[in-house]
Write a protein that binds this ligand. Structure first.
Ligand code: SAM
Length: 302
């Protein structure tokens, strides 16, 4: 949490003493979002998380953040924003980001990418003592656990000691869920039945029952909170980075700047996977297009 730019910022000034406060919101109702408040929220969330709330998203913002306001008994979005800015721990900002984004994901989502892993990347690097893979917006963990299971399938048990998956996300709530690794029955459907038998264990009773990822798979994944808008610590370079379904929140310039920074973390010949509804077309990145949503840094994986 050392790198959070909002922590060092002074809190926004309070309204002068005696200034009239807006009337409290009627129970079950939320305050109206003014055009100026929308602009302030828009600027703030763009600066903090790169999230680009286009005009037209006013109703979405009011609906999603309105619930938080109602829960905290707040009278206006301005007051809410003041509290988020002043919250040194960052929990309020985290909740705001959660409300404005979706953590939607799934096991083996966009399955063709797991074929890239199995058929192209692993054969090129499988003699290494260590293979690093980064899931850069991992949400609730289905993506990195799918990567872990796919490598166990391809390399056998040795993958457990060989493959290290860094799984990062901005959302502390999603990361908490991912670390728990306990999925309700309706969320494991994307996993083939033989994977379910090998990599999941029944856990809990009644309505709390679910399926927990087995320890040998969990051990391959390290979760970390990381805001992709903040400077990336120079870590180990990876032959493969999953950057899927997060750039949808960013504008074009932010997407391009982010991919350029991520390329520093990619080995020559390494692969970058993005979501199938995302595109790098028209960006001057020096990445080779391999297939839809699949790009390669020039060079050769050795
Ligand atoms: C739709 S999920 C994608 C999950 C997974 N990659 C997939 O494709 O299934 C998008 C994730 O991006 C995360 N996110 C949004 N802004 C981010 C940022 N600035 N830095 C890191 N993660 C971010 C959200 O918290 C959310 O978990």
């Amino acid at each position: 949490m050392a790198n959070m730019p909002w922590r060092s910022r002074a809190a926004a000034p309070r309204p002068p003493a005696g200034a009239p406060l807006p009337p409290p919101a009627p129970p079950g109702n939320r305050p109206a979002l003014s055009a100026q408040e929308f602009q302030e929220i828009r600027k703030f969330i763009y600066a903090q998380a790169g999230i680009d709330l286009q005009p037209g998203k006013e109703d979405l913002v009011a609906a999603r953040l309105g619930k938080i306001l109602a829960g905290r008994g707040l009278r206006s979005y301005q007051e809410y924003l003041r509290q988020v800015r002043a919250d040194a721990g960052g929990a309020m900002l985290a909740a705001m980001i959660d409300a404005l984004t979706t953590n939607f994901t799934g096991f083996l989502r966009e399955p063709v990418h797991f074929e890239v892993l199995r058929r192209t990347v692993l054969p090129a690097v499988d003699r290494r003592p260590r293979i690093d893979i980064w899931s850069a917006a991992c949400s609730t963990g289905e993506e990195p656990y799918s990567i872990a299971c796919a490598t166990l399938e391809a390399l056998g048990a040795r993958a457990g000691g060989q493959v290290r998956i860094l799984a990062s996300d901005i959302s502390t709530r999603a990361l908490g869920f991912a670390r728990e690794a306990l999925y309700p029955a309706e969320r494991i459907g994307g996993m083939p039945p033989d994977w379910q038998r090998k990599y999941l264990a029944r856990d809990g009773e009644g309505k709390d029952a679910g399926w927990r990822i087995r320890p040998e798979v969990r051990r391959m994944v390290e979760f970390q909170r990381l805001n992709l808008m903040e400077p990336l610590a120079a870590g180990r370079r990876c032959p493969l980075i999953f950057l899927r379904n997060v750039m949808i929140y960013f504008d074009r310039a932010t997407q391009e700047a982010l991919v350029k920074r991520l390329m520093e973390q990619l080995e020559p010949g390494g692969y970058l996977l993005i979501g199938h509804s995302e595109s790098l077309t028209g960006m001057n990145l020096g990445l080779e297009y391999v297939a839809p949503a699949t790009y390669r840094k020039p060079g050769r994986l050795a």
